[in-house]
Design a protein around this ligand. Structure first.
Ligand code: AHM
Ligand code: MG
Length: 356
């Protein structure tokens, strides 16, 4: 065990850097770590058990839920419930946010937003999936926490992280003082510090986007893809295309190797596909803390107004210089239409279609 630093030890050793009360956030992170080990165990044996397939329910986006989505959601909520440090969980799998109403939790200071199992369409085919989480401190000091406590801008996050259930399982998190990654050692059942002080390269050669949607992309994105594909040895182009279809896995790879992940608006999804509160904001916080950049093509993700739990956003995230380049082509060729209210109006008046 010499030289091995477990997640639990690391959290305690570094809690002096935490904002606010230190023990509470430590316990919250520990609870998330424990739940993710349970989810990891089930994800690992997904092919062995009768746990694949539809759970028969639909989530708010009208997508069918896999059984493991439901399982993961229950595990995280239950861990946060018994931990007592969280008063509200906002989850991709629940239409409304969930109050944690235990004797201890009612006065708890923290809100957790979570996508319990992201990329779940990959479970059936043994491809990496992930958990994304974001932690906020409640703004109200007394009484029951409210929707305003939940709908805070990304800049207000006190911690965020992801777990990637891949060829190995890793938990990566930030509390605003850099990013650290821990790999699960199955022989001792502990996350061990394996990637201290993670930094994303300023430049990269990987671009990740679902190119099947090309015809529906904004002109700026089309121009950026062409830029990536042109031969220019001085800038190592043409770049490499890599797309797993699990945001956590795509961004994790790009963080280590250098690259950009784009999920833009499309003509059929004018607000983008990914969700601001529990997908874009936490990943943006982590990538910025690792020295990268995250925008919606025009505006910083972390500064976007949040007005609903399941709000969507376009995202351009990764190596700083790559995101800058994509943004410059966006502002040159695409009008900023990130105003959701305007989009909603255009949809209602039939000018555009497909808003979900
Ligand atoms: P999910 O939360 O329903 O799993 O959807 C999110 C996932 C992301 O992980 C991934 O980047 C994206 O959806 C892939 O979407 P697409 O299949 O349209 O490329
Ligand atoms: Mg998701």
């Amino acid at each position: 065990m010499q030289g091995v630093l477990t997640l639990g030890q690391f959290i305690i050793e570094n809690q002096s850097e935490f904002p606010y009360a230190k023990g509470e956030l430590s316990r919250l992170l520990r609870d998330i770590g424990i739940a993710s080990k349970i989810v990891n165990r089930e994800v690992n044996k997904a092919g062995l058990m009768d746990i694949l397939g539809e759970a028969g329910t639909m989530n708010i986006q009208g997508e069918s839920q896999k059984k493991l989505d439901v399982f993961a959601n229950e595990q995280f909520i239950s861990a946060l419930q018994s931990g007592g440090e969280c008063c509200i969980v906002a989850s991709e799998e629940n239409d409304e946010f969930v109050y944690i109403d235990g004797e201890v939790s009612k006065d708890a200071k923290y809100i957790v937003a979570i996508d319990p199992l992201d990329g779940s369409s990959n479970i059936d085919v043994n491809v990496a999936v992930g958990t994304i989480f974001s932690i906020y401190r409640r703004k109200s000091s007394t009484g029951r926490a409210t929707i305003d406590d939940v709908l805070q801008k990304g800049t207000e996050q006190v911690a965020a992280g992801y777990v990637i259930y891949g060829s190995s399982t890793m938990l990566v998190y930030t509390t605003g003082k850099g990013v650290n990654g821990f790999t699960l050692d199955p022989s001792i059942g502990e996350f061990c510090l394996s990637h201290p002080k993670m930094r994303i390269p300023k430049d990269g050669t990987i671009y990740s986007i679902n190119e099947g949607n090309y015809v529906h992309f904004p002109e700026g994105v089309k121009k950026y893809l062409k830029y990536c594909q042109v031969e220019d040895p001085t800038s190592s182009r043409p770049f490499t295309s890599r797309y797993i279809g699990s945001m956590v896995a795509d961004i994790h790879r790009n963080m280590i190797k250098g690259g950009i992940f784009i999920y833009p608006t499309t003509s059929s999804a004018p607000n983008g596909k990914l969700r601001l509160v529990y997908e874009c904001n936490p990943m943006a916080f982590i990538i910025e803390q690792a020295g990268g950049r995250a925008t919606d093509g025009f505006n910083r993700i972390l500064e976007k107004d949040v007005h609903s739990l399941h709000q969507r956003s376009a995202i351009f995230i990764g190596s700083e210089n790559m995101v800058h380049k994509a943004e410059s082509l966006m502002s040159q060729y695409t009008k900023d239409q990130s105003d959701e209210k305007l989009n909603e109006l255009l949809y209602k008046t039939g000018v555009i279609g497909g808003l979900d």
